[in-house]
Design a protein around this ligand. Structure first.
Ligand SMILES: NC(=O)c1ccc[n+]([C@@H]2O[C@H](COP(=O)([O-])OP(=O)(O)OC[C@H]3O[C@@H](n4cnc5c(N)ncnc54)[C@H](OP(=O)(O)O)[C@@H]3O)[C@@H](O)[C@H]2O)c1
Length: 310
C-alpha cells in the first residue's frame, strides 16, 4: 500500500460519491482538485473549506479541466448521463482521458454502473430503450479508460444507491415519498442490490492506495442485498408509517413497454444482485447495511418523508 501523498482530481466532487471520496482523501491528507460549475454553491464552498483546489467550469470546458487536472497523478472519473443525449457522457469521458494522459495522470478509478455487466449476458435489454443507450454510454466511458494508456485503472460498477430514497435523489421515486407505495417491476423474491455512496468512496480510496493490485479490475459494488419489502420496511421503521410494495404483473409490464421508457430498466434490476460478490466485497471494505445508512442519514430521512420533528 502506498503511504505517500498524492494529488487526485475528483469528478462530481459536489455530488454523493465524489463528495464522500473527497472527505476520505482529505482525511488521508492527500491533495484534491475538482472543477465546479458554481463556485458559490454550498457544495463548492464546502469543498473550499475542506482544502480542495477548485477550478470553475463544466465538463465541456476543456480549459478548466486541463487546468484542474494538471499536477494530479490520480483521477476519479464519475460523469453524469444526459437524458436527451445519452452518448454525451462517453464523449466527455474520451476528452477527459486525453487531457489526463497528456497531464501525466498515472491512475484512473472510474465509477459507472452495475448494469454494464448485463451487456455481456442474456438479460434482455430492448434495443433503442433508455437502458440500452444509457449502458452503452457507460460502457463507452469504461472503454475510454481502458484504452487510455494509464499505468493503472480500475472500474467500479455501483448498484442502486441507498440515497435514491432520500432528498435530493428521491425526485426519481416520488411515489414512495408521496403515496407510500412503490410500484415496481421487481418480484417479491428478487433482491435489490443497494449501495451506500460512502462505500463506493471507500472502494475508490482502497483502489487508489493499492493501484497495482486493483489494476485492470471491473468490480460490481453493493453494500447489501434486500428484497423490496425488506427495503421499504426498514424505511417505514424510521418514518413510523407503512410503505407498501406494488408488484407489477408481466401483463402490466408488457402494456407499459412502449409508453414508459424506464420499464425495461426496472425489469433488468431483477438480475442486478447476480453481478456482485458480497463475500469478496466484505473482505475489501466494511460494508454499510441499509439500517446503518438510514440511521446515519436519519435527519435527511425524516425531512424527505416530512416526518416533522425528530
Ligand atoms: N443513483 C443510482 O442508483 C446510480 C447507480 C449507479 C450509477 N449511478 C451513476 O452515478 C453518477 C452520479 O453520481 P452521484 O449520484 O454521486 O452524483 P450526484 O450526487 O447526482 O451529483 C452530481 C454531480 O455531478 C456534477 N455535474 C452534473 N452534471 C455536470 C456537468 N455537466 N458539468 C459539471 N458537473 C456536473 C454536479 O455538480 P453541481 O454541484 O454543479 O450540480 C455534482 O457534483 C451518474 O453517472 C449515475 O449514472 C447512479
Amino acid at each position: 500500500m502506498s503511504l505517500q501523498t498524492h494529488t487526485v482530481f475528483v469528478f462530481s466532487a459536489t455530488g454523493s460519491q465524489g463528495g464522500a471520496l473527497v472527505r476520505q482523501l482529505r482525511s488521508l491528507n492527500w491533495n484534491v482538485h475538482a472543477t465546479v460549475r458554481n463556485p458559490d454553491s454550498p457544495g463548492a464552498l464546502a469543498l473550499k473549506a475542506a482544502g480542495v483546489h477548485i477550478t470553475q467550469g463544466d465538463w465541456d470546458n476543456i480549459e478548466a479541466l486541463t487546468l484542474g487536472i494538471t499536477g494530479c497523478d490520480k483521477l476519479f472519473l464519475c460523469l453524469h448521463p444526459y437524458l436527451n443525449d445519452l452518448d454525451r457522457e462517453r464523449q466527455q469521458a474520451e476528452k477527459v482521458v486525453k487531457i489526463a494522459k497528456a497531464a501525466g495522470v498515472k491512475q484512473v478509478v472510474c465509477s459507472t454502473s452495475l448494469g454494464v455487466f448485463m451487456l455481456d449476458t442474456s438479460v434482455y435489454i430492448a434495443p433503442g430503450s433508455f437502458m440500452a443507450g444509457h449502458l452503452a454510454s457507460k460502457r463507452g466511458v469504461e472503454e475510454a479508460v481502458r484504452a487510455g494508456g494509464f499505468e493503472n485503472w480500475t472500474l467500479l460498477r455501483p448498484a442502486f444507491f441507498m440515497a435514491n430514497f432520500l432528498e435530493p435523489k428521491v425526485y426519481r421515486y416520488p411515489e414512495v415519498r408521496d403515496k407510500g407505495t412503490w410500484t415496481t417491476a421487481m418480484t417479491t423474491d428478487s433482491q435489490l442490490a443497494l449501495i451506500d455512496h460512502v462505500d463506493i468512496a471507500k472502494f475508490a480510496t482502497i483502489a487508489f492506495q493499492n493501484a497495482s493490485s486493483f489494476h485492470g479490475k471491473s468490480i460490481g459494488l453493493a453494500s447489501e442485498l434486500l428484497t423490496i419489502e425488506q427495503t421499504l420496511d426498514q424505511i417505514a421503521e424510521v418514518i413510523e408509517r407503512p410503505l407498501k410494495a406494488v408488484f407489477m404483473t408481466d401483463e402490466e409490464l408488457e402494456a407499459q413497454k412502449e409508453s414508459n421508457v424506464f420499464t425495461n430498466s426496472q425489469v433488468s434490476m431483477r438480475y442486478m444482485s447476480e453481478y456482485v460478490d458480497m463475500e469478496e466485497l466484505a473482505k475489501i471494505v466494511p460494508l454499510t447495511t441499509f439500517k446503518e445508512f438510514l440511521s446515519r442519514e436519519r435527519e435527511v430521512v425524516k425531512t424527505t418523508y416530512r416526518c416533522g420533528g425528530t
